[in-house]
Write a protein that binds this ligand. Structure first.
Ligand code: SAM
Length: 206
């Protein structure tokens, strides 16, 4: 209880707020436009990065009230209307084709049903809408990947279900999303097993 309610949410938020991860967020979050859905909003580290001139509203979905509680100050300080919803992103209480941009950072690694989440995203995203992502995952180097596979069971416990070996482009392509821009690199000053980062944007694969 103490671990899952207080210590783990703060540890995860702290780890996700390190400089290399914050620099990655700056590459995608300011591109969001219109009515935005953020999947796994967590402690709201992206909130200050939304461009108030282009974003009408942000709906932040996350099943963890303990993570969402850590976002309160950022929400209060934001000029943008931010609405939090406690829900699994595989079942989001939003209408079909109601969202202009979906933002997802460091969350596809953690969701227990990534195929279900992708299906929901496609349902909710308007035609022509963008999915903006920055995620860590499967590393291209064999030695790093072997270490990821060995560490993953322990890491999942430590980091609330976070997988080290998910290939984000494969996941997107296999679930009907078309990548229109993607870059990758090992984040500087970050252990390589958790620092291989994919970021970019995707659209409906029609
Ligand atoms: C590593 S944290 C990242 C938080 C935030 N996206 C960020 O970039 O700082 C992963 C987040 O995914 C959330 N999460 C886990 N399962 C989820 C699900 N099924 N649907 C939506 N969010 C989920 C967790 O509660 C947590 O807030």
């Amino acid at each position: 209880m103490l671990w899952s309610k207080f210590i783990q949410p703060r540890l995860i938020s702290f780890a996700c707020a390190t400089k290399p991860f914050m620099i990655q967020r700056i590459k995608i979050v300011p591109l969001a436009k219109g009515t935005v859905l953020e999947i796994g909003i967590g402690s709201g580290l992206n909130i200050p990065l939304y461009d108030e001139n282009h974003v009408k509203k942000v709906v932040g979905v996350d099943p963890s009230e303990d993570m969402q509680a850590l976002a309160k100050d950022r929400i209060n300080e934001s000029p943008i209307d931010i609405q939090l919803v406690v829900a699994d992103a595989a079942k989001i209480p939003l209408d079909d084709q109601s969202i202009d941009t979906i933002v997802c950072t460091y969350t596809l690694c953690t969701v227990s049903n990534p195929e279900g989440v992708l299906k929901e995203m496609k349902r909710i995203l308007k035609p022509g809408g963008k999915f903006l992502f920055s995620e860590h995952g499967h590393a291209p180097d064999e030695s790093v990947n072997k270490f990821q596979l060995r560490l993953e069971p322990f890491w999942k416990f430590l980091a609330d279900g976070c997988h080290l070996t998910r290939s984000i482009p494969e996941l997107l392509r296999a679930n009907g999303m078309k990548l229109d821009k993607m870059e990758t690199m090992y984040l500087p000053s970050t252990p390589r097993f958790v620092g291989f980062n994919y970021w970019g944007s995707a659209v409906h694969d029609l």
